[in-house]
Ligand binder design. Structure first.
Ligand SMILES: [Zn+2]
Length: 332
């Protein structure tokens, strides 16, 4: 058993309380490579932002859970080395699907876990979430739960259609489970293809897809019922069109990839939404930089040559999100 406090990590409690009060959201960036980790820490230190580094089941399978844990520990030390005296870094399990995986993460130094019982019947979701909360809280670890189903694909999390969270269920769910934050479904979606072309309209000038708006009425109804309670948005990448264009220009093929417009996320961050998950945007930033570099330098083969611009491009994206979308800068 390794406690996260020994590693210099923090749970989400104070961070979320401040974010809800202050009308901003904490960035939750997925990571599974060293370059992503470095870019996240550089961006958080430069902007003086708290940050959640999160790991999905797919990331655990790809990189190995122990290595990721040591990388998070390394992230804390790296932040200090970059001049941040008291970094606020959370190591979070994204989409834990069983009590066992949550327990395993808590026992190896995670400071926050998500138990995603959203695909289960309501009462089963409550029972599973409650079981995780009891174990987690005994170790001062935060728990994120989910009500409602997001469409899209994220590693092993796949759903064809979304089911919006029912505002009439949230008080009962939060009270009976004791969870610390709640992921809701209001029209965000996992992956880089958040909406099918037929769900969107097309901008006549650019020909680009314009996605349907988020269901802010549902968000505000939930906020009204659970006053001051931390709300989480998954599937909240914006799928920047300049990165998509770069990928397609240099040999990629991802037509009609579309995300959540940043002005909608900016609006959500000002509400009870205090954690916004961003994964696809980092993947796109990395791939765009690598494709461009390789196309322009076909004779290079040292991975450091193309991973450096990839890391720089991810960092630029993280800084942009923190400062221009979430508003979590200057909060340390
Ligand atoms: Zn998610």
């Amino acid at each position: 058993m390794i406690g996260y406090k020994e590693l210099g990590l923090v749970n989400t409690k104070d961070m979320f309380a401040k974010a809800v009060k202050g009308g901003y959201a904490i960035p939750a960036f997925n990571f599974n490579t060293m370059e992503q980790m470095q870019a996240i820490v550089q961006a958080a230190v430069e902007t003086k932002s708290p940050v959640i580094m999160q790991v999905s089941k797919g990331a655990r399978n790809y990189a190995n859970a122990t290595i990721l844990r040591y990388m998070a520990q390394g992230a804390v030390e790296y932040a200090k080395e970059l001049g941040c005296a008291n970094p606020q870094i959370v190591l979070h399990l994204d989409h834990g699907d069983s009590f066992e995986i949550c327990k395993d993460c808590i026992d190896m130094g995670f400071s926050s876990v998500m138990i995603d019982g959203s695909s289960l019947p309501y009462e089963e979701n409550i029972a599973l979430t409650k079981k995780v909360v009891e174990y987690a809280h005994a170790h001062d670890v935060s728990v994120e739960a989910e009500l409602g189903v997001l469409a899209g694909v994220e590693d092993e999390v796949v759903a064809e259609v979304s089911h919006y969270t029912k505002p009439e269920e949230v008080v009962d769910f939060a009270t009976r489970t004791g969870c610390d934050s709640l992921a809701i479904s209001i029209g965000t979606s996992h992956g880089a293809y958040k909406f099918k072309p037929e769900q969107c309209t097309r901008d006549p000038k650019t020909g680009k897809l314009v996605p349907p708006p988020l269901a802010f009425d549902i968000l505000y109804a939930i906020e009204e019922k659970l006053k001051g309670f931390p709300i989480v948005l998954h599937g909240a990448s914006s799928v920047p069109q300049d990165e998509v264009d770069t990928i397609n220009k240099f040999g990629g093929k991802i037509p009609d990839a579309v995300g959540i417009p940043e002005e909608q996320l900016r609006k959500a961050a000002k509400s009870a939404v205090c954690k916004i998950n961003i994964d696809s945007d980092s993947r796109l930033a990395m791939t765009a930089a690598i494709r461009k570099y390789m196309a322009e330098n076909p004779d290079h083969f040292d991975p450091r040559q193309y991973l450096k611009p990839a890391r720089d491009n991810m960092k630029k994206m993280y800084v942009h999100k923190i400062v221009n979308v979430l508003g979590s800068n200057d909060k340390l």
